[in-house]
Ligand binder design. Structure first.
Ligand SMILES: C[S@@+](CC[C@H](N)C(=O)[O-])C[C@H]1O[C@@H](n2cnc3c(N)ncnc32)[C@H](O)[C@@H]1O
Length: 406
């Protein structure tokens, strides 16, 4: 079996080495570690391998506290200290900027998660033949779990008691709010269910259960509270998964809104960022594709006395060109695929003074920055550690219009 020295970590947190000039990816292997590996798959361009034996371990290696770390695939960096995971994310961004020749001379600041374990307020699990767990990465192989180290304790309480749901085969999404209340979303081919509601209610603060899109107990929404603001969130509406980072994100958004301007908030979810921006603004326009999220947004504006927001339901790429408005600041918080061509063209036509880009995928963020580069430059780039101990990087990037003639 080959003995190799791990050279670096790739974008997915895997160790990288080379054998005869061919790149080999090795999960759970850290830079400078000498390991004995077994090749598990081989293609023309690269191989994948698993560690058989650690011959020399890195000084940065920590014993993962999660018993499922090596098999689960949900987290990728639990074998590093928190500080090292942040360094990894920072170098990922630095490398991307350098590779794409994007000029940003300031330090990329990292906004830390105060509680890097037990932070997620939403997870989706599989139940197969009565067993609960995650699918092993890129497979349909169930890894049974009894708890999850990055999910809130209130979510772990549901996992502990999932047998009360009496599910055989299903997808189970568990959402929890600031008050540890629980909303369960179950999707199953079976039309029948037999949930032990009385016992379940004794174990957790159950707000509602939605079974195949139908409410079978309580409500199909709950309220989130962040920085003193209340947000109604329906079972199918997006909400940021990390309360601490979301709170810090809200503060940064607010600081970046210039007084008395008009703001356009695209991909607005339940209206969070628009509502945060509204107190400094003359008016805010928000666009979102999920109907319940728009309805939540309208309720949330009222709940938070934000009377200067208008919500629009629709696909951003089709809706923006119908918007006959001028705006000073644009907030965009798209899904991983980033902005589409029509939206980028719309931005270049309208040329707002400032773009506040909240991104959950640095690759599409950098692609979009390059597309906007003729008019915009980066004023501020921050990593928001929304997805601690995973390779995912959330960023807050403020772009400002270049001065004329530059
Ligand atoms: C990352 S979330 C951000 C939501 C919100 N800004 C927040 O912070 O809670 C992205 C949102 O974009 C919405 N979305 C996805 N594709 C869309 C599209 N083509 N047009 C409009 N909204 C879209 C999703 O439903 C989701 O609510």
């Amino acid at each position: 079996m080959p003995k190799v020295l791990i050279e670096s970590l790739d974008d997915f947190g895997r160790g990288v080495t080379h054998i005869n000039d061919k790149v080999v990816f090795v999960p759970n292997a850290l830079p400078n570690e000498l390991v004995e590996i077994e090749i598990t798959s081989d293609s023309k361009k690269y191989s994948e391998a698993r560690v058989v034996k650690y011959l020399e371990k890195s000084k940065d290696r920590l014993q993962s506290l999660c018993p499922y770390f090596e098999v689960c695939g949900g987290c990728h960096l639990l074998h590093l200290s928190y500080e090292k995971t942040l360094e990894y994310k920072q170098s990922k961004i630095k490398n991307l900027l350098k590779k794409n020749k994007i000029n940003y001379e300031k330090e990329i600041e990292i906004v830390k998660n105060d509680n890097p374990y037990y932070y997620r307020n939403k997870i989706s699990l599989k139940v197969e033949n009565g067993k609960i767990g995650y699918y092993k990465e890129s497979t349909h192989e169930l890894i049974e779990i009894k708890s999850c180290m990055i999910s809130k304790p209130s979510i772990n309480e549901v996992i502990k008691n999932y047998k009360l749901l009496n599910l055989e085969n299903a997808k189970l999404t568990i959402r929890s709010n600031y008050n540890d209340e629980i909303l369960l979303i179950i999707e199953s081919a079976s039309k029948e269910y037999n949930i032990d509601l009385e016992q379940l209610k004794e174990k957790i603060k159950l707000v509602g259960i939605v079974y195949n899109n139908i409410i079978i107990y309580g409500e199909n929404f709950f309220y989130e509270r962040i920085r003193g603001k209340l947000f109604k969130v329906s079972f199918d509406s997006f909400f940021q998964v990390n309360e601490c980072i979301t709170s810090k994100l809200f503060a940064l958004i607010k600081n970046n809104i210039d007084p008395n301007g008009t703001v356009l908030d695209l991909y607005s979810g339940v209206g969070t960022l628009g509502i945060i921006a509204s107190s400094n603004s003359k008016e805010v326009y928000s666009v979102e594709i999920i109907k319940n999220a728009v309805l939540n947004g309208i309720s949330n504006a009222k709940l938070n006395q934000a009377n200067n927001i208008k919500f629009m339901l629709g696909d951003v790429s089709k809706t923006v060109n119908k918007l006959n408005i001028d705006f000073d600041t644009l907030i965009v918080d798209p899904p991983r695929k980033g902005l589409d061509k029509k939206t980028r063209e719309f931005i270049l036509k309208k040329m707002p003074k400032k773009i506040i880009y909240v991104s959950c995928d640095p690759n599409t963020l950098i692609r979009d920055i390059l597309e906007l580069e003729s008019i915009y430059e980066i004023e501020d780039f921050k990593i928001m550690d929304m997805f601690s101990y995973t390779y995912h990087v959330e960023s807050l990037c403020v772009l400002k219009k270049k001065e004329e003639g530059r």
